[in-house]
Design a protein around this ligand. Structure first.
Ligand code: XMP
Length: 511
């Protein structure tokens, strides 16, 4: 795997992950490295290609992320995208200037059809632009290979040195031939074979885990969700009995979920499991708390405290394994990205942690890739296709303060919605679907009696990466039966609404 490595050099922004995924979809193993990685370190990794991607900064602005010019002397093919293209011009003595901002789809004209990058694409196609600076003069040795109406240098290259740059974003689905352009760079410029598969990642990771852990003791935070289960099974494959899974039941799980998790881990997967019933502890800490970020922080911290406690009880523990995946890191504000939510498995880790080290074997992967890895590991398909459930659980689906009554109410409503979705055979076509207990009460009528009860919102989204999502056009009949059953079967709820917002501007969870 390592002798066929591509590196995505991340200069900020939120899109390095998308590139990484696209590269892996081309059958090329790829890792994201921050732009601050010393060139010597990058060279030691022996990459066959480097893709530079950045955020919205100008290369001239104070504190703009830059790399050492020696990057271009490694002899490794380079593709600069967006900010990465401008930096390539800037470092190699070209010129970058302020331009009229452009965001959106524009026509890309190929000026040099012989460019390896543009083999197999139409002379005029759609591309996605997002810039406020433009390359106004290409460096010596470079030529312009594509342009748009407002951007005379939409692509440039120095084929001799195998350095390429595109101002537009081939990683987005709005660029018509984006996948082909990336594939051309990887296969035609870098000469990748493109035969990397998820099973390679799984085998390699298990080997690395074996080497790193040896016969030391490991505990794994298990939630029963796809990520933590795949993660635990991977570590279990590597070190067997030296792994103890700890399942903290914080009392904010879906209906009957605690028992199900216990059953799957003990009986199906044959893993050591300790279940901690910490419902009282979590709920008392959360009493009266209404602010979403405070809820998340409390739960994150409480998780770690619980782990510390069991860790001490089971003797010396060297490593803590967590099922953090890539979007968790991005959305928690790693690097230059803004903090959107503190994901409990990233943001809540206090400094006082009592473990030697944390292992996160899935942190480079996206949800679909985690599922693929899970199937490679032979995990039951039903478990692999379970919809994701956030670490803080129902706490982020109960708006306002959390009480036991509200949890019970939401568990029932959510279970009914899930049953109705399953009855309609829609479970696999919807990425995530659940009920939310809004803090709003409104007037209703049951028989002759006035009610003043809660409103439940139903949410169902489809998404590839959970970074953006659309609401699902669920058939009215399904919504109708869910709505009728919830108001009839669950007391305290007299109104059901359906959330029809995409992400962005909303997020998938309500908190
Ligand atoms: P949002 O609400 O940010 O959710 O659009 C994106 C995806 O992440 C899940 N999610 C979490 N997962 N810990 C997790 O492990 C968390 O703290 C967390 N918060 C949100 C959410 O369910 C959706 O799949």
């Amino acid at each position: 795997m390592k002798n066929q490595l591509a590196i995505v050099l991340d200069f900020g922004g939120q899109y390095s992950h998308l590139i990484a995924r696209k590269v892996r979809e081309c059958g090329v193993y790829c890792e994201i490295k921050p732009y601050t990685t010393p060139i010597k370190k990058l060279a030691e990794l022996n990459p066959m290609g480097i893709i530079m991607i950045g955020g919205a900064k100008s290369v001239y602005s104070e504190g703009a992320p830059v790399c050492e010019p020696s990057l271009y002397e490694l002899g490794v093919p380079i593709l600069g995208i967006g900010y990465g293209a401008q930096l390539t011009a800037h470092i190699n003595n070209g010129k970058v200037e302020k331009a009229k901002e452009e965001n959106g789809e524009v026509t890309l004209n190929i000026d040099d059809p012989k460019s390896l990058l543009f083999e197999g694409i139409k002379p005029a196609s759609t591309c996605w632009m997002s810039y406020s600076d433009c390359i106004s003069q290409v460096p010596d040795g470079f030529k312009i290979t594509a342009s748009t109406a407002n951007c005379p240098c939409a692509a440039m290259e120095n084929p001799e040195n195998r350095v390429y740059a595109v101002q537009f974003h081939p990683e987005t689905s709005y660029t018509e031939f984006g996948n082909i352009i990336l594939d051309n760079f990887l296969k035609k410029v870098c000469n990748f074979k493109g035969d990397w598969k998820m099973s390679d990642y799984v085998d390699e990771t298990i080997k690395e885990l074996k080497n790193k852990i040896g016969d030391k003791k490991v505990i794994c935070a298990l939630s029963g969700g796809v990520d933590s289960t795949v993660c635990a099974v991977m570590v279990h494959r590597a070190i067997g009995k030296n792994l103890t899974c700890i399942f903290i039941d914080h009392g904010l799980l879906r209906k009957d979920e605690g028992d199900m998790v216990e059953d799957i881990c003990r009986k199906q997967l044959k893993m050591n499991l300790i279940r901690i019933n910490a419902q009282d502890k979590f709920l008392s800490k959360l009493e009266g708390v209404t602010d979403p970020e405070t809820k998340r922080k409390i739960i994150g911290e409480e998780f770690i405290r619980s782990f510390e406690k069991v860790g001490k009880e089971i003797g010396k523990v060297d490593f803590l394994v967590q099922g953090t995946i890539y979007p968790d890191i991005v959305e928690s504000g790693a690097g230059d990205s803004a903090v959107i939510k503190s994901h409990h498995n990233v943001g809540g880790l206090p400094d006082v942690i009592d473990f030697e080290d944390i292992i996160e074997p899935l942190k480079l992967l996206f949800k679909n890739e985690v599922r693929e890895a899970g199937l490679e590991l032979g995990i039951d398909e039903n478990l692999i296709w379970r919809q994701p459930f956030p670490g803080p659980g129902l706490a982020v689906r109960i708006i306002g303060d959390i009480t036991r009554d509200k949890i019970a109410l939401l568990q029932e409503a959510d279970a009914i919605f899930r049953e109705e979705v399953a009855k309609a055979g829609l479970e696999r076509s919807i990425s995530q679907y659940f009920a939310v207990l809004t803090n709003m009460r409104s007037v209703g009528v049951t028989g002759d009696t006035r009610t003043y009860d809660y409103t439940v919102a139903l949410r169902a989204v489809s998404t590839n990466d959970f970074m953006t999502a659309d609401f699902v056009r669920i058939p009215y009949e399904v919504l109708n039966s869910a709505s009728t059953r919830i108001v009839n079967e669950v007391g305290g709820i007299n109104r059901i609404v359906y959330d029809i917002t995409a992400k962005p501007p909303a997020t998938i969870e309500w908190e």
